[in-house]
Design a protein around this ligand. Sequence first.
Ligand SMILES: [Zn+2]
Length: 300
Amino acid sequence: MYVMRKIDRLLKSINSFIKEEEEEITELVPEFPGLEKVPGYIEGYEKKVAKLLRTQRKYYIDGINAFVAKDVTLDTLLEHIIGELFKSDGFVADMEEETKVYLAMNISELTSVIMEAIDEDVAFEVLSVRTTKWIEDWAHDLSLLMQLNTHRAIEDAFMIAIENGDGIEKAVMTIKDLPQFDRARARTTAITEILAACSRSQWEAYQQSPAVVGKTWRHSGSKKNNPRPAHVKLNNTTIPVDDKFDVNGHEADYPRDPSLPGSERIKCHCVLSPEVDERILGLTKEEKEKIRQEALEQLK
Ligand SMILES: [Zn+2]
């Protein structure tokens, strides 16, 4: 009985912790259509990424243990890791697949909600070729970047262990505890990439909505965040949908655009809002549909 109560209490506190985190995200990001879907997306993607990172950690620990049985030095072990284990690491392929599926689903759903909020006459049907291609490219690049970062961390940890003259057991423990395999990394990745997917959905919806003539950058405010001066400065800046924002010297279509360095993406909670031309909104449904088809043609 006592154990059950303890587990109950534990589960309750975990649930309330997750709930607080969710509330925090919707609180941190300025309101936009579809925002209520975001915490669920983040949670789902975080779980998938966390699982892939755990699998990757196990792959290295198992691979190292199998090799260590042959009684080797740290130098030959590192050679084996770089020469063999890095090459057969399956993380990129798995991460790319999960990310592709997840982004395509979330971006379609969000684009649909955003388009409906702009103009009920022009309902979402398909993603543009450009955004479909973007999802594929970014899913690959993101997975590759994450893997490179992990490989570098493993290599660095071993170099330090060799320098310190550590034993193999200690070096393996360091690999096990690398933050690259942590839940926290899955969480940060999920928040950044799902919020990037939100921006991409806004951009896609504006491209496909004939009445949208501009996009406005909205900064999240400084609540529980260290605001970046460049992002604060961009607040309320409106430019044509096809133009790029200048974010601290870097070009971006929207907040957290993968064209930006990590320092301008991670923990950024800025969003876009649409500039709508009322005259276009008043055109007939057929006229607006024709404009949408032309836009989709342009985005091939
Ligand atoms: Zn920002």
